[in-house]
Design a protein around this ligand. Structure first.
Ligand SMILES: NC(=O)c1ccc[n+]([C@@H]2O[C@H](COP(=O)([O-])OP(=O)(O)OC[C@H]3O[C@@H](n4cnc5c(N)ncnc54)[C@H](OP(=O)(O)O)[C@@H]3O)[C@@H](O)[C@H]2O)c1
Length: 279
């Protein structure tokens, strides 16, 4: 296959570019400033020029808190631009692979969330990503993959914890009442490529196996880097942030496992590989 990867210099885009050749796929990667996906004419030209079999949209406005005061911009990137991608995919008869988020859920679920469960975003980011799902679903051939708590080469929670440790902070206060699935961009990228190979369509949840809290995630990072820093559990209320996060957004990945033959590896194993890779 030939892939057009938008947002190619983000965490997921980079991982996809590393792995695509191993799956026998060619790719064209584009990101700001050479392609702004909110520029409809530029999107049409880029698809025309790349002549791909699939558009893999990794471009997004991902600043969850900033989106609260900048929803119009977030909506243009996460929602409006996806309409253009969907129309362009249809014009070329190709697949649109759109990445979405666990933040489309409200956090009230009591068990891992399946693809068909009701969405109810609680933040501007979540609303705009849901608009992106609706737009992508208008493409005749679409695959919408919801992931969560992503880290890889770029700015993310793992890097933030490491910076605290490197800066000499011996006590980390981390939220312990939000549960989710930390997900390694490399493992997600591999899952996406296998989903494309399987000709999967519709909505699929793709996260590393298992679940934890941000507190549990931080403790594992501290343990794996061999630090003796203390991680102190705190409540969401003790760390007010502009955007509301779901208290529980663990995603059920049975559909992914059925489509590609196995679930993604456990999150602890993924974290260890990420830290060893030193990216
Ligand atoms: N990160 C997470 O925890 C998380 C969780 C769940 C789902 N997701 C979803 O997973 C996907 C990949 O996330 P990620 O963590 O890889 O994101 P990322 O690292 O923030 O990368 C997104 C890329 O898109 C680019 N971009 C932003 N606006 C653009 C525009 N108008 N036109 C073209 N490119 C644009 C960004 O460029 P600049 O850096 O220059 O802005 C960046 O290179 C996104 O759909 C995201 O919503 C992420």
């Amino acid at each position: 296959m030939r892939l057009l990867i938008t947002g190619s210099r983000g965490q997921l885009g980079r991982a996809l570019e590393r792995l695509a050749p191993g799956f026998g796929h060619e790719f064209v990667g584009v990101d700001l400033p050479e392609l702004d996906i909110t520029d409809a004419e530029a999107v049409r030209r880029a698809v025309e020029a790349a002549s791909p079999d699939a558009i893999v949209n990794c471009a997004a406005y991902t600043a969850v808190d900033a989106a609260e005061s900048d929803e119009a911009k977030a909506a243009a990137v996460n929602g409006g631009a996806v309409s253009t991608l969907a129309e362009t995919a249809d014009r070329h008869g190709i697949v649109l692979l759109q990445i979405s988020t666990d933040y489309v859920f409200d956090g009230t679920a009591l068990a891992p969330i399946r693809e068909g469960q009701a969405t109810s975003p609680q933040s501007a980011y979540g609303r705009t990503k849901l608009a992106g799902e609706v737009a992508a679903a208008r493409a005749r051939r679409h695959l919408i993959v919801r992931t969560a708590w992503l880290y890889g080469e770029g700015s993310n929670f793992v890097g933030a914890v490491r910076r605290q440790l490197d800066g000499g902070n011996r006590v980390l206060r981390v939220v312990a009442d939000q549960a989710g699935c930390p997900t390694y961009a490399e493992d997600l990228a591999s899952g996406l490529l296998r989903l494309l190979d399987a000709r999967a369509e519709g909505v699929v949840h793709a996260v590393n196996s298992g679940a934890t809290t941000w507190y549990g995630f931080a403790r594992e990072i501290v343990r794996l880097v061999g630090s003796d820093a203390e991680v102190v559990p705190i409540s969401t209320g003790e760390m007010p942030r502009p955007a509301k996060r779901p208290a529980y957004s663990v995603l059920d990945t049975s559909r992914l496992a059925a489509l590609i033959g196995a679930p993604l590896p456990p999150w602890q194993d993924a974290l260890e590989r990420h830290l060893r890779a030193g990216r």
